[in-house]
Design a binder for this molecule. Structure first.
Ligand code: MN
Length: 206
């Protein structure tokens, strides 16, 4: 793949972007507790090797163009572990993100031969691409992001369309596409349960 085009924006997406084939999305936060740890960055890609990074300063979460995209019923939003990202997006932008596709859930349904469902594992096995998770726990609230932070953040969305294509074939092959669709449909409720304090409870367990 050619060097990806990475653009950084402050507070919202620019006007005029189109995502006809769905949009791959990831978020970076100050930590793993959405009530405590603020949304710092939203990464987006239309699957063509380019990425847009929307940086938040912690005060202004207006972002009308980004919110409209997240809620647009005609545009599929592709995540890896959507459950966390959509809870954060709900908490900080007040928007319910839908419709959804989650490559982690698709992988758990399709790749029952392994318990390795991390993004790095999926990209490595299904696409033959090595990605680094080195910047995962860096300071995403910094006023200026480093080159390696931006490259890392972009990498988390650049491969999701290609992963979805591979996983869809596997899901269809194993007759599990229906399970996947239903599970994706439940994700907004699962995220609201997390925010309501049920994050450590499996409500389906005995
Ligand atoms: Mn990420």
């Amino acid at each position: 793949m050619a060097a990806p085009s990475i653009k950084i924006h402050h507070g919202d997406l620019p006007a005029g972007l189109a995502f006809p084939n769905g949009v791959a999305i990831d978020t970076e936060t100050l930590g793993l507790n959405p009530h405590r740890d603020r949304l710092c960055l939203v990464q987006l890609s239309n699957g063509d090797g380019s990425a847009h990074l929307v940086k938040f300063n912690g005060k202004d979460y207006e972002a009308p163009r980004l919110k409209a995209l997240l809620a647009d019923p005609a545009i599929l939003k592709i995540f890896h572990f959507a459950q966390f990202d959509i809870a954060v997006l709900k908490q900080y932008l007040g928007v319910e993100t839908a419709p959804l596709y989650c490559t982690k859930i698709a992988s758990k349904l399709a790749r029952t031969y392994t318990d390795r469902h991390g993004l790095k594992d999926l990209v490595g096995e299904l696409l033959g691409v090595e990605i680094s998770k080195q910047q995962q726990s860096s300071d995403w609230g910094a006023a200026e992001l480093s080159e390696s932070q931006m490259a890392y953040a972009a990498n988390d969305v650049l491969h999701l369309h290609a992963l979805k294509a591979k996983l869809d074939v596997m899901l269809a092959r194993e007759g599990r596409a229906d399970f996947a669709r239903s599970a994706f449909g439940f994700l907004p409720t699962r995220a609201r349960l997390d925010l309501a304090g049920f994050e450590d409870d499996d409500i389906f367990a005995h």
